[in-house]
Design a protein. Structure first.
Length: 335
């Protein structure tokens, strides 16, 4: 029971990371694709939106990692072995992106050097979400074989390329990138609402990205039926499938309506709900597994006394962290 609750806490932290840190990655994509007569203004809007909070947003990813290796050490070891390559690439991308953003914004360099750091920031923002999507695809794949005996060391029998190199995983990586870009475009349209022309630039990008996301969602689902049949069954055949899918569709429709009618705050909220629905749907379809179907949480190494202690400390820490984050966003994001 404690392990299941901890898994839900991890899921909530993952949703928080996607809606905050994921949008930061998406903003980097629009920094890369900035164009037209307001190209510089678009990049300034991206920088203004990210600068005060991007470091704080990564606390959710740190929380996910800490809770997994503390609560599910066997599962953490399996993740680190089976998905070592995409995880390592994602971490390199996160570090490069943060360093490049700081050097571009605050470094004492020539304009040419700052421009180069800007390209590192933008390309890292584009490639890192794809790597994170490859991790999701690998966790959902039956191609990964986990050896986790009760009295022996963890082992992965399927090799370092299993799972995350499948067509389903690659499509999932691109889908994650598009969802992050959608969040960023919707957020930026709302943040620049006082400048109608600039907001219209991000509105156009958000509408186009919403359409691309719909096409990719269908492609990912179709490919999941071949490469990840257990996940596909969970997504569309479980008792919760209809309400979650209906909620996600309604949120996407509302986001598109808000964008078309220039109700940017509505579009921002609905886009966040849409992406949260996608993440929740995937988490439910995993059916209590860290790898589906190779590693259920019952075999992931959870120790009841440790999990209870972690949950207790997490509750106390939330009393400090929660108000601090709320105050941070109030200071830098409230109008």
């Amino acid at each position: 029971m404690e392990a299941t609750f901890l898994l839900w806490v991890i899921g909530a932290a993952l949703v928080a990371y996607v809606l905050t840190g994921g949008a930061d990655f998406g903003a980097g994509v629009w920094d890369l694709l900035a164009g037209g007569p307001r190209r510089d203004a678009q990049r300034k809007a991206v920088e203004h939106a990210i600068a005060p909070i991007w470091e704080a947003n990564h606390i959710w990813l740190i929380l996910v990692v800490v809770l997994v290796f503390t609560g599910f050490p066997v599962g953490f070891a399996a993740l680190g072995i089976a998905l070592h390559v995409p995880i390592a690439l994602a971490l390199v991308g996160i570090v490069l992106r943060g360093a490049a953003f700081a050097f571009r914004g605050y470094g004492i360099q020539t304009e040419l050097a700052r421009s180069r750091w800007g390209r590192v920031f933008a390309w890292s923002s584009l490639l890192t979400p794809i790597c994170l999507g490859l991790v999701v695809g690998g966790m959902s794949s039956p191609d990964v074989t986990i050896l986790a005996p009760a009295d022996g060391p963890i082992g992965v029998a399927s090799g370092l390329t299993a799972g995350w190199t499948s067509p389903f995983a690659v499509l999932t990586g691109v889908f994650v990138l598009v969802l992050f870009a959608l969040l960023a475009a919707a957020y930026l349209a709302a943040e620049t609402a006082a400048e109608p022309a600039l907001a219209a630039d991000f509105r156009t990008r958000a509408i186009a990205t919403e359409i691309v996301a719909a096409v990719l969602a269908a492609a990912v689902a179709a490919r999941a039926s071949v490469d990840a049949p257990r996940l596909f069954s969970g997504l569309f055949g479980a008792p919760w499938s209809v309400p979650v899918q209906a909620f996600t569709f309604l949120a996407a429709s509302t986001a598109l309506y808000g964008l078309v009618t220039r109700r940017y705050r509505l579009a921002r909220t609905a886009a966040a709900a849409q992406v949260a629905g996608v993440v929740v749907g995937w988490g439910l379809a995993m059916d209590g597994h860290l790898f589906l179907p190779a590693l259920p949480i019952a075999r992931a190494g959870a120790v009841a006394t440790v999990v209870r202690a972690v949950l207790a400390v997490l509750g106390v820490g939330a009393l400090v962290l929660g108000p601090a984050l709320l105050w941070l966003f109030r200071v830098f994001k409230a109008r």
